[in-house]
Design a protein around this ligand. Structure first.
Ligand SMILES: CC(=O)N[C@H]1[C@@H](OP(=O)(O)OP(=O)(O)OC[C@H]2O[C@@H](n3ccc(=O)[nH]c3=O)[C@H](O)[C@@H]2O)O[C@H](CO)[C@@H](O)[C@@H]1O[C@H](C)C(=O)N[C@@H](C)C(=O)N[C@H](CCC(=O)O)C(=O)O
Ligand SMILES: Nc1ncnc2c1ncn2[C@@H]1O[C@H](COP(=O)(O)OP(=O)(O)OP(=O)(O)O)[C@@H](O)[C@H]1O
Length: 510
């Protein structure tokens, strides 16, 4: 992999990004990085970030970097080429794609955005494509990045959508490992931070939008959050939209700005036969507290042509997961996967930390789920309550520190609407005091309807919730899925994960 300096200058100029080029000596760029500790001889170093220091540039130079790209000049740094740009994140994405020789062109890319359901839909799609391609599908998700068929080609993710240089490097690795398809989640932050600037997808999904990720380090307001999410559609050749999403008109308009309506597909849950105004409709045929089954039907002629109509079963509860499955089946259908194959493959997909269930003899049924804002908590609890209106609902939940502050009132609201007992606990407190976070959630709970106890030790909260439950009760361990850490004061502190904790408790109790 290499870049020619003149080529970089031309590329940046073409995109109106270059303010000044100070070329001291010409050389071939053989490495790219935004981390001075990883800078290499003849490499290009990107100066970016809120905590950036000139010393990092100095270290990059000491490590052999020949060229820096930055939004400001560093006159103290002598003997390096300088490309001064008006947006370093955009420059990094463009040069990153060029450095790794545009790996996106060698992959069929299906991308998902939405407040909720990205990971689940991505896993479902990936599972189907793995069966279809004989394990040639890569996955970039919040949980894992799968770059190839070997166990050592799977990594834990630290971001939902990585920095552009990491993204394009991993795409290249996936291609080199023989991958032909890529399923990826695209967060709103990815657009806010231009991590995916210039990237186009074969198929782009808009799943839903509810207020979330609004706060100091994320989006200033809902309009900005929505705007960032809509960018995915502007960059997709085919757009697939959930017609039941809030803000649907805005979503459709965004898709239409760059996509012919013939390449826009919509899907909708069938509520009343008169309103089948979508390309696809679906309805539940069987939905239990452990499994789901639904029928998908193409209404428009272009939808019928995909040949994916029929009955599907999922080894996963939750009507919201039917929505995620429908999107996955349509995505796979657009990649050429027919009904029979999708139907078998989707039933075998396991998604870590999403509606995992533990059945007990002497206590309640336990659900481990990643619900961590009002929208997802409501979707989860209302589903459980609908399925079992007379069961007691016991919830263990905490809210993250230093982000998503609106989740605290959201949890209070959802708990008041659907829970009988709540154990407020710790969930990635960051630099905040978990007791204060719990008290804040508590302020929004209707104490006439919900019994509340604060137990900050998450393992203890889970143990108490399970041991206090009776057969027939529903015990929900929300917010962390299978996360194996708690983020405390900037450190990922190991935590055995909710599923393991619950299993241990059940083993001791039963
Ligand atoms: C707000 C945000 O997007 N921050 C991300 C961003 O940070 P940043 O560019 O400000 O960089 P920084 O941490 O200030 O560090 C400054 C720079 O100095 C460099 N450095 C640092 C030390 C050193 O010795 N040498 C050196 O060169 C660093 O590599 C970095 O480039 O770039 C970093 C990697 O380069 C990311 O780790 C970091 O994500 C933070 C940790 C994060 O948690 N982001 C969340 C909000 C996020 O993006 N979440 C979304 C999901 C949420 C959603 O659904 O919207 C996601 O996609 O994961
Ligand atoms: N389509 C949906 N609508 C509403 N809630 C959903 C939907 N799909 C999943 N959920 C709920 O949201 C939780 C998170 O789901 P998932 O991880 O698939 O979403 P995500 O978009 O990747 O979330 P995040 O951005 O927070 O990582 C699930 O555990 C479930 O409780």
């Amino acid at each position: 992999m290499a870049l020619i300096l003149n080529g970089c200058v031309l590329l940046l100029k073409e995109h109106h990004l270059l303010k000044k080029a100070d070329i001291v000596f010409d050389n071939e760029i053989t490495a790219v990085t935004y981390d001075s500790r990883r800078a290499q001889k003849d490499g290009m170093f990107f100066c970016k970030g809120t905590h950036f220091k000139e010393d990092y540039l100095r270290q990059a130079q000491q490590n052999g970097a020949s060229t820096y790209v930055a939004q400001q000049e560093y006159p103290e740094i002598k003997g390096m080429n300088a490309l001064i740009v008006n947006d370093v994140q955009k420059a990094m994405a463009l040069l990153g794609a060029a450095f790794y020789d545009y790996p996106q062109n060698e992959l069929f890319i299906i991308a998902f955005t939405g407040t909720k359901g990205k990971t689940t839909s991505a896993y479902f799609t990936h599972g189907i494509l793995q069966a279809y391609t004989n394990k040639k599908a890569a996955l970039f998700s919040t949980i894992n990045r799968i770059l190839g068929p070997q166990p050592q080609q799977t990594f834990k993710s630290s971001l939902t959508t990585p920095e552009s240089l990491d993204l394009f490097r991993e795409m290249r690795q996936a291609v080199d490992n023989g991958m032909t398809h890529l399923v990826m989640e695209v967060s709103s932050q990815a657009y806010k931070r231009n991590r995916v600037y210039g990237l186009h997808y074969d198929v782009g999904f808009f799943l839903n939008i509810t207020p979330d990720h609004i706060g100091p380090n994320e989006h200033p307001n809902f309009a900005d959050y929505l705007h960032c999410k809509l960018q995915l559609l502007v960059n997709s050749n085919i757009c697939v939209l959930n017609a039941d999403s809030d803000q649907f008109l805005d979503v459709y308009q965004a898709a239409k700005t760059t996509t012919d309506p013939e390449n826009i597909y919509t899907f909708k849950r069938q509520t009343d036969k008169a309103s089948q105004q979508a390309d696809f409709i679906y309805h539940s045929t069987e939905s239990t507290l452990a499994q789901s089954a639904f029928v998908l039907q193409g209404i428009s002629s272009k939808a019928k042509q995909l040949n994916i109509d029929g009955q599907y079963e999922l080894d996963l509860a939750g009507d919201f997961n039917e929505t995620n499955a429908v999107s996955a089946i349509i995505g796979a259908g657009l990649a050429g996967v027919p009904y029979q194959l999708a139907q078998t493959a989707i039933n075998n997909v396991h998604i870590p930390g999403r509606m995992e269930t533990i059945f007990t003899q002497k206590h309640g049924t336990i659900y481990i789920d990643y619900a961590h804002n009002y929208g997802s908590m409501k979707a989860l609890l209302s589903f459980l309550k609908r399925k079992n209106p007379h069961s007691k609902v016991i919830v263990v939940v905490g809210s993250t520190g230093n982000k998503g502050v609106s989740r605290r009132s959201g949890f209070g609201k959802a708990l008041s609407e659907y829970a009988d007992t709540a154990y407020l606990t710790t969930d990635d407190p960051g630099f905040e005091d978990p007791q204060k976070i719990a008290e804040e959630i508590d302020q929004y709970i209707d104490h006439k309807r919900v019994q509340v106890q604060i137990i900050l030790d998450r393992k203890m909260a889970i143990k108490t919730a399970i041991s206090q439950s009776q057969p027939g009760d529903l015990v929900v361990l929300a917010g962390k899925g299978e996360d194996a850490y708690q983020k405390i004061r900037g450190i990922d502190t190991p935590y055995p994960n909710d599923f393991n904790v619950a299993q241990q408790v059940v083993r001791k109790l039963e």
